[in-house]
Design a binder for this molecule. Structure first.
Ligand SMILES: Nc1ncnc2c1ncn2[C@@H]1O[C@H](COP(=O)(O)OP(=O)(O)OP(=O)(O)O)[C@@H](O)[C@H]1O
Ligand SMILES: [Mg+2]
Length: 245
């Protein structure tokens, strides 16, 4: 089992979106996932309740620094992975979650404000790692990436990360209306109606590639029994290139 935290001190960088996409795709693949919503706004919790993923998804909310470790211990034997959606706060809960994680994902939009928030989290990870005398695996996720153009700001962020030798998840999370709509409709991409949402097929491919990258980063095999896949036409099944997100 891996504990995967999503953190960035900058609000709105795409933490909850990344957490929800990862959770829903892994549940779709048949994994038992525990989603810890550590944000007072509870957007991940609201999504999880509405998504009704049954026993595939366990939601834990009202998490504080004082009660983080016990649900993690409890979930260890009964779940394949734990995903922790952190708030943009710079508090003890973030430091503790980082210290208990096997992987910290740091979503970064291609803008300077966001990379400053990310720099804070990355410094915190290094500090916790040094204090605990253990390496903490971390990677930046480029989020809300424009599907059509590589902006200068995004190129700058990439080159800064490269120079600092900070790993970047190969699949960026693209800006897609489907990723917003799932919070409004309360469903997963797999349960949405393809005809009504633009580029749903590409959004599904993007989510799948992102989840596969994250599993590789935590060195996890897909050891669970696969669920029957929802009938969604993908760009790949339409005969288009597989990386068409
Ligand atoms: N890839 C994306 N495509 C489209 N919309 C997105 C994407 N990522 C995030 N958003 C939208 O941007 C807003 C902020 O995203 P999100 O809530 O995931 O960020 P956050 O880092 O969790 O914010 P907070 O710090 O407030 O918890 C939301 O309205 C969300 O729907
Ligand atoms: Mg959030």
């Amino acid at each position: 089992m891996a504990v995967i935290s999503i953190a960035n001190a900058k609000g709105g960088s795409g933490k909850t979106t990344a957490a929800v996409l990862l959770a829903s795709e892994l549940v779709e693949r048949g994994a038992r996932i525990c989603l810890l919503d550590c944000d007072d706004l509870k957007l991940a919790a609201a999504w999880a309740r509405a998504a009704r993923l049954g026993e595939g998804l366990t939601l834990v909310e009202n998490v504080a620094a004082s009660n983080l470790a016990s649900p993690l211990r409890a979930m260890r034997s009964s779940h394949h992975h734990v995903i922790i959606d952190l708030s943009g706060a710079r508090d003890a809960l973030v430091a503790l979650a980082v210290g208990l994680s096997d992987l910290v994902l740091v979503p970064v939009q291609g803008c300077a404000m966001d990379s400053r928030g990310a720099a804070h989290v990355l410094e915190l990870i290094d500090l916790v790692s040094a204090n605990a005398h253990k390496p903490i695996n971390r990677a930046v996720v480029l989020s809300r990436v424009n599907p059509l153009v590589t902006t200068r700001a995004l190129r700058n962020v990439k080159s800064v990360l490269d120079a600092a030798k900070i790993p970047v998840v190969s699949t960026p999370i693209i800006e897609r209306s489907a990723f917003r709509d799932m919070f409004e409709t309360g469903g997963t991409l797999h349960s949405m109606q393809g005809g009504r949402i633009s580029n749903l097929d590409k959004a599904v491919l993007n989510m799948q590639a992102f989840a596969s990258d994250v599993l590789r980063l935590v060195g996890a095999e897909e050891s669970w029994k696969p669920r029957a896949r929802a009938e969604i036409r993908t760009a790949a099944s339409d005969g288009q290139p597989a990386a068409a997100w």
